[in-house]
Design a protein. Structure first.
Length: 498
């Protein structure tokens, strides 16, 4: 990459909204390095109404406006651009007059219980995978929409436009109603081979196809900040960029790789373990092992598997806190270090662990159900979660190599979980691979470098990764006694086979 000597540092804003909170991040690019600074943070949590679970997107909109207003006043009155990312699968419906039909449901809403089996009666599982290449999870957008068909929801009848959650915010920011590519691929009704919505699949399930808008590739300008948002934030007509709006696609973009034989592991509430490829990979091995082929930036695709991860520990912390015992992450790691190794093994993706609740009791129930003595103390439970996650990573890593047909020698660990040195070492040990951890703010960084590509400041994904390597350090973990993990891994495989 040719080094740019910029007369003035370019400043852009990344809005990153996750399932537990959101931030506004200021990125500053001097032509060689990018620096980031969090300027505003807010919480996010689903709202339960009866049996239904919603996202409070109007509250989130107000927080986004507050964050932009504060940032404009105290940090950056005229950013060069703004980009927004959130999680995948969840969506909103917009009426024909442009208003929100209802608050979007959370992927943890129970309306999709049993819906996949009903969908498979209409169209075979293998055919859905052939057309979409997406792993089967009951909360995929396809099954959320089909649950609305089955329940004869009136919302579908008045809907004019389908927008994924980040597309809804981009609509409010720019006035444009489009679906960004990387998030569209998480729906399980996007066909990556044909390059568009899988209309045949949607029609087979009686889902109205007229509501789906055009798909926009990342690194494109959607339009300028809408006039009402300008009035509410104090900003001017700032370009709104379509970044990789699926947060994991943004995180994968920020992997500081210098060669192509690597896997990425985006670690947080969920872990996403996968590899970047240049063409869609949809095959029998992917169907067998239930891996997804999602969209990336700059004409790439991302083959990965979703793994329910630190959600289990977060729910344990919440449960212990409610009983009067407040443990920090650091406290639990210290307790886990002294706990007995491989006391019990769980599969974090078991349906038992999907819903909020008393997670220590759920782990105890899983162990009893699988004829294991359950861990009892917080340290033992924490160690069980971390060891089981590392074993799950090994299982996914081995299957990933089969699906893409490439042997991988390094795992790039990014996201908040990259700061967990204990789990990073477990991952290296279990997979017998070198782990490079960092950057921890990968999603926001990926968001920002995609904006720089859209603005013409960077020419390619390779240039973006060179900037990231120049800007952020990584920690290296080499495997220590990986053979110690072989017997526990066999126990884990036996659990997966049951």
């Amino acid at each position: 990459m040719e080094v740019l000597f910029m007369a003035e540092t370019l400043k852009s804003l990344a809005i990153d909204i996750g399932a537990s909170g959101g931030r506004v991040i200021l990125g500053q690019f001097d032509g060689r390095q990018i620096k980031i600074e969090e300027t505003y943070r807010f919480t996010n949590s689903p709202i339960r109404v009866g049996e239904s679970v919603y996202w409070n997107v109007l509250y989130l909109l107000e927080e986004v406006k507050k964050g932009l207003r504060l940032t404009a006043k105290e940090y950056c009155p005229e950013p060069a651009s703004i980009g927004l990312d959130t999680w995948g699968t969840d969506f909103s419906l917009i009426s024909k007059n442009g208003s929100l039909v209802d608050n979007p449901r959370s992927y943890r809403d129970p309306r999709t219980d049993g819906i996949m089996d009903k969908a498979f009666q209409k169209i075979p599982r293998s055919e859905i995978y052939r057309q979409t290449g997406v792993q089967f999870m009951q909360f995929n957008s396809l099954y959320q929409l089909y649950s609305m068909v089955v329940s004869e929801s009136p919302d579908l009848k008045i809907a004019g436009t389908f927008l994924m959650v980040p597309d809804l915010f981009n609509y409010w920011l720019s006035g444009e109603k489009v679906c960004e590519f990387t998030n569209a691929t998480t729906t399980q009704f996007y066909n990556p081979v044909k390059g568009g919505w899988a209309y045949e699949l949607l029609e087979s399930l009686n889902i109205p196809t007229s509501i789906f808008p055009a798909i926009q590739q990342p690194a494109a300008v959607l339009g300028d900040l809408s006039s009402w948002m300008q009035n509410d934030t104090g900003l001017k007509n700032i370009p709104i960029i379509a970044v990789a709006s699926h947060d994991t696609a943004s995180a994968a973009c920020a992997v500081p790789a210098s060669h192509d034989k690597y896997a990425f592991l985006s670690s947080g509430t969920w872990s996403l373990l996968g590899a970047e490829v240049n063409q869609p990979v949809i095959n029998e091995a992917g169907l067998k092992h239930n891996l997804s082929c999602y969209g990336g930036v700059c004409d790439t695709f991302l083959v990965w598997k979703n793994i329910q991860a630190l959600w289990l520990l977060q729910e344990c912390q919440r449960t212990w806190s409610e009983s009067g015992s407040n443990y920090s992450h650091r406290d639990l790691i210290a307790l886990a270090r002294t706990a007995q190794p491989f006391f019990a093994v769980i599969d974090s993706d078991d349906r038992l662990f999907l819903d909020p609740g008393d997670m220590p009791s759920k782990i105890r129930l899983f162990c009893e159900r699988t004829h294991q003595q359950p861990p009892e103390t917080p340290g033992a439970v924490t160690r069980c979660i971390f060891e089981s996650l590392a074993l799950k990573y090994r299982w996914v890593f081995e299957n990933l190599q089969k699906v893409i047909g490439v042997q991988l020698d390094t795992i790039h660990l990014v996201g908040g979980g990259s700061k967990n040195k204990y789990l990073a070492q477990f991952t290296a040990d279990a997979t017998a691979r070198r782990v490079l951890a960092g950057p921890s703010e990968a999603t926001a960084i990926g968001n920002l470098v995609t904006q720089l590509i859209a603005l013409g400041q960077l020419d390619s994904l390779e240039d973006a990764r060179e900037v990231i390597r120049n800007s952020f350090e990584t920690d290296e973990y080499e495997p220590i006694n990986p053979r110690n993990w072989n017997d526990p891994y066999q126990i884990f495989l036996d659990l997966m086979a049951d």
